[in-house]
Design a binder for this molecule. Structure first.
Ligand code: TXA
Ligand code: MG
Length: 333
């Protein structure tokens, strides 16, 4: 595995000697960890079924869970999906950025069935990270990329975390420093009469509803074939138990605090990390996964968290916390 460290805010990397071998590795079906503004992705050529199989294998991910394809522009995305007026407006308003659109897949799209898990829809995203868009453009490939963590574990927001979960499976790690958003993209399906919010994430629901001029609905619950199968109940799981809406710290617990939300017996906590001293939800989202990993690494049995406001990015934070707190299936324990 080769680690390539770049400064995301310069564009010197455009002429770097690493670009060519990374594109070649992708064309050869190898796995490359890519930075995005949300979390690091485990990328492979989305048109190559075997390469996508390697993603599932490296992550230990259940086969039925489809992948998001990352592209350099909305035009490149339209090669693969059918964008109606609503989808076009969302792409225009939020791309590049932390929004994934699930739209009907074009019959002519070469994206493999393994990437879409055989669905008739395709998940497309144009990430904010310039280096990742550049790699998609230079390789000429849609890049299938789930979060670069082992299935069911916490998503990585730094290259070190990627390497500790998946190092041996990777050809390259493109290290552009910490991810600024810190929670995954919001997933919206525009494939039926009503726009659906499949996963809250880095683009707040309120902003999307404003552009659409209508509310985002929840997908119908279909336990056998979930609309966003990645939304398995237990996901984003640290080894420690997670206790939500805590009003006090119990003996032996670590505290994941938020702003100045009052919590009794805070001095009992084995470790305290504050998601955002100022109670800023954007900062809290950016710190969430790294802080959960950090507290987990102390070996503590339980992490307690006070109530976090459910507006804006708070919806995504609460969604991830709820999943981290959910009972674990035995194979993930
Ligand atoms: O921010 C992100 O979206 C990150 C970065 C790397 O871009 N990626 C990410 O991917 O979170 P992943 O694989 O962890 O989550 C993809 C989600 C899953 O919940 C999956 O079920 C859903 O997208 N998905 C993919 N294709 C879909 C489809 N055709 N219909 C419904 N859901 C789909
Ligand atoms: Mg994930």
């Amino acid at each position: 595995m080769q680690r390539w460290i770049i400064k995301p805010d310069s564009s010197d990397w455009k002429d770097a000697p690493e670009i060519e071998p990374i594109c070649e590795a992708l064309k050869d079906g190898k796995l490359v960890a890519i930075p995005t503004e949300t979390v690091y992705g485990l990328a492979a050529n989305a048109t190559d079924g075997e390469a996508c199989a390697r993603i599932y294998q490296a992550k230990g991910r259940p086969r039925f869970n489809p992948l998001i394809s990352h592209l350099q522009s909305a035009e490149a995305a339209e090669v693969h999906g059918i964008f109606d007026d609503r989808a076009k407006r969302l792409a225009k308003a939020f791309w590049p950025g932390p929004l994934t659109l699930v739209v009907p897949k074009k019959l002519t799209s070469p994206i493999s069935d393994l990437a879409t898990a055989g669905l008739e829809t395709v998940a497309l995203r144009v990430p904010a990270s310039p280096i990742t868009r550049y790699l998609a453009e230079k390789s000429g490939l849609p890049l299938a990329a789930p979060s670069a963590n082992l299935s069911g574990r916490i998503s990585p927001t730094s290259a070190d975390e990627v390497i500790s979960d998946l190092g041996p499976s990777l050809a390259f790690v493109v290290d552009a420093g910490p991810c600024e958003v810190g929670v995954e993209s919001t997933i919206v399906a525009i494939a039926g009469p009503h726009p659906l919010l499949l996963r809250p994430g880095g683009t707040p629901r309120e902003a999307i509803e404003e552009v659409l001029g209508e509310p985002l609905l929840a997908p119908e619950a279909k336990p056998d074939a979930p609309m966003a199968p990645g939304m398995l109940t237990s996901h984003y799981a640290p080894s420690a138990k997670v206790r939500l809406n805590a009003r006090e710290v119990l003996a032996g617990e670590a505290l994941l605090a938020f702003g100045s939300t009052p919590i009794a017996d805070a001095e009992k906590a084995t470790t305290v990390l504050n998601l955002s001293q100022d109670g800023n939800l954007r900062e809290a989202a950016a710190n969430l996964f790294a802080y959960m990993r950090h507290l987990d690494a102390t070996g503590v049995k339980t992490i307690c968290v006070p109530t976090i406001p459910n507006k804006g990015l708070g919806e995504a934070i609460n969604d991830r916390l709820k999943r981290a707190a959910a009972p674990r299936p035995s194979h993930q324990a």
